[in-house]
Design a binder for this molecule. Structure first.
Ligand code: SAM
Ligand code: SF4
Length: 324
């Protein structure tokens, strides 16, 4: 599928629930977000039906996200079903890692193509402060269990935020000692994220180079997304940056998003898209859904304008229902 700016769209992120077992400062308010009604969240058969249509339209890669996807019952079965759809080449998962250890064997059995663990600190107190309720030991246990599967592609995603003395360098050290990539994601002004400033990529790079030596840009393309990577001498994994604001990558955006309530979002920043749940539940045929999806994709904006104030149609939804 191509949008009106000639970009190939072949990657979809699907949030399967807005429920989460953590309360990260930049994602959820302390009391949690106002959750979607159960009936408003897509049923698994609705996700699967849409995935078949997405695959037919050229979507090759699916990222399962949330909220925390692993808190939804039978999430692994859903991933297995999506993996078996003709045309879907990769199904990957983004998780906070708390429950990951319990589901790893099943995830490996279904042939999960990669797991991203969101982890903002390895320090017990700092992790608790950022997530409000999380026990980092559970995430570490999941991570070390995952590392025992030598073929599993693992990435650590960290969202640094300015003004905090976040212990980022310990996270960088994970890529030294283990075959995994560590990526730093610029915080985006969506939902609770609006209350925080992002930390400049260059600031993080300077901190890393002071401790670990020169970062060398990688020329090979790694992964499906917008991350650009660097190598460090003696490291098994790479260090990546996803800097949506300071290093805009909209010109190569290949993705759309399906929220847990079945709204197809075509740009992270804007509400523009189409309510596929409404169409499904009104009895739309597959070809009507296909047409609605293609029409929405043609409206994909050329770029975000996060730094611009007072823009029309700015996204009001929370990151947990969008899925990051
Ligand atoms: N609960 C899962 C997790 O944390 O990986 C999946 C959902 S979470 C919304 C997906 C990703 O979005 C996480 O890596 C999280 O750190 C990131 N995220 C949440 N709010 C963000 C924001 N305002 N800006 C940038 N990334 C954000
Ligand atoms: Fe939950 Fe992920 Fe949001 Fe943290 S970032 S509150 S783990 S959905």
């Amino acid at each position: 599928m191509q949008d009106s700016h000639g970009r190939t769209i072949d990657y979809i992120r699907i949030s399967i629930t807005d429920r989460c077992n953590l309360r990260c400062l930049y994602c959820m308010p302390e009391k949690g977000i106002e959750l979607c009604r159960h009936d408003d969240v897509l049923r698994y058969e609705e996700f699967v039906r849409l995935c078949r249509i997405f695959a037919k339209l050229g979507m090759k890669k699916v990222k399962i996200t949330g909220g925390e996807a692993l808190v939804r019952k039978d999430a692994i079965n859903l991933m297995k079903t999506i993996k078996n759809i003709d045309g879907i080449e990769q199904v990957t998962l983004t998780t906070n890692g708390i429950l990951l250890g319990d589901y790893l064997d099943e995830l490996v059995q279904i042939g999960i193509d990669g797991i991203n663990i969101s982890l903002d600190s390895l320090d017990t107190e700092e992790f608790k402060r950022i997530t409000r309720v999380g026990d980092v030991e559970k995430v570490k246990a999941s991570l070390y269990k995952a590392l025992q599967y030598s073929n599993l592609k693992l990435k650590i995603n960290c969202v640094p935020f300015d003004g905090e003395n976040q212990k980022l360098l310990d996270l960088v050290g994970l890529a030294k000692d283990n075959p995994l990539h560590v990526r730093f994601i610029e915080i985006m002004p969506i939902g609770e994220g609006k209350n925080f400033k992002f930390m400049q990529e260059d600031t993080i790079k300077a901190l890393i180079e002071e401790k670990y030596g020169a970062l060398t840009p990688c020329t090979e393309k790694l992964g499906n997304g917008p991350s650009h990577y660097f190598s460090l001498q003696g490291f098994q994994g790479k260090i990546g940056f996803i800097s949506a604001i300071s290093h805009k990558f909209c010109h190569e955006c290949n993705r759309i998003r399906l929220t847990c309530t079945g709204y197809l979002k075509i740009c992270l920043q804007y509400e523009i898209g189409v309510d596929l749940r409404k169409l499904i539940r009104q009895g739309a045929s597959d070809s009507m859904l296909e047409a609605a999806i293609m029409q929405a994709v043609m409206k994909k904006p050329l770029e975000h304008s996060f730094l611009q104030k007072d823009i029309a149609f700015e996204e009001q939804a929370k990151m947990a229902s969008i899925g990051g």
